[in-house]
Design a protein. Structure first.
Length: 192
């Protein structure tokens, strides 16, 4: 009895013999084309399409986050603001990493500009424990954008982490820098 040859990579229908190719990780990523990127991932990663705004989609996403947080925080009791900000930042980070991964794979771009869920996560971190005052929100916004652009250590090094984790975590670190700087401004009375 003659063994049945396995299908080759070039001829997947199996009509001709040859060794079967094992798909590489890059081939698996390439198979996830833009048309195959899940809708949930695209909606999350672009923050419901804000990532498609030009110029500066990251700045648009940060600004939208500040406005949305200001509206939500003003409706909350002061005791709930910090825990909710921390919870939302964690939730956005945890959902944003797989969404950014799927969209980056689907687009074939390591860190697509239209993926802005990372800015949402970082901006939320920057607004933790910030008083409800327009000057504080403006300072948190400007400081976050500055740290996100300049990327002081270890923010730049976090970009080297593969896929969605690298896309999102560098912005979370920039948000921590902005949070620290905002808190220093508040502590020394330079911001009220």
């Amino acid at each position: 009895m003659k063994p049945i040859p396995e299908p080759s990579a070039a001829e997947p229908d199996g009509r001709t013999g040859g060794p079967q190719a094992v798909p590489s990780a890059s081939a698996a990523r390439a198979a996830e084309s833009p048309g195959r990127t899940p809708l949930w991932a695209m909606r999350v990663a672009t923050f419901l399409g804000i990532g498609r705004l030009r110029p500066g989609p990251g700045t648009w996403a940060s600004a939208a986050t500040v406005v949305l947080w200001a509206a939500l925080a003003s409706a909350l009791s002061p005791a709930l603001r910090m825990p909710l900000a921390i919870g939302l930042a964690a939730l956005v980070t945890l959902i944003g990493i797989p969404a950014a991964t799927r969209v980056a794979r689907g687009s074939g771009i390591r860190d697509p500009q239209f993926v802005v869920i990372d800015e949402v996560a970082g901006q939320l971190v920057a607004l933790v424990a910030v008083p409800l005052a327009w000057k504080c929100f403006l300072a948190g916004f400007i400081l976050f954008r500055a740290f996100d652009i300049v990327k002081p250590p270890p923010v730049r090094q976090l970009e080297a982490i593969p896929e969605g984790a690298g896309i999102v975590l560098d912005d979370v670190a920039a948000g921590l820098y902005a949070l620290g700087a905002t808190q220093l401004l508040l502590h020394f009375g330079l911001l009220r």
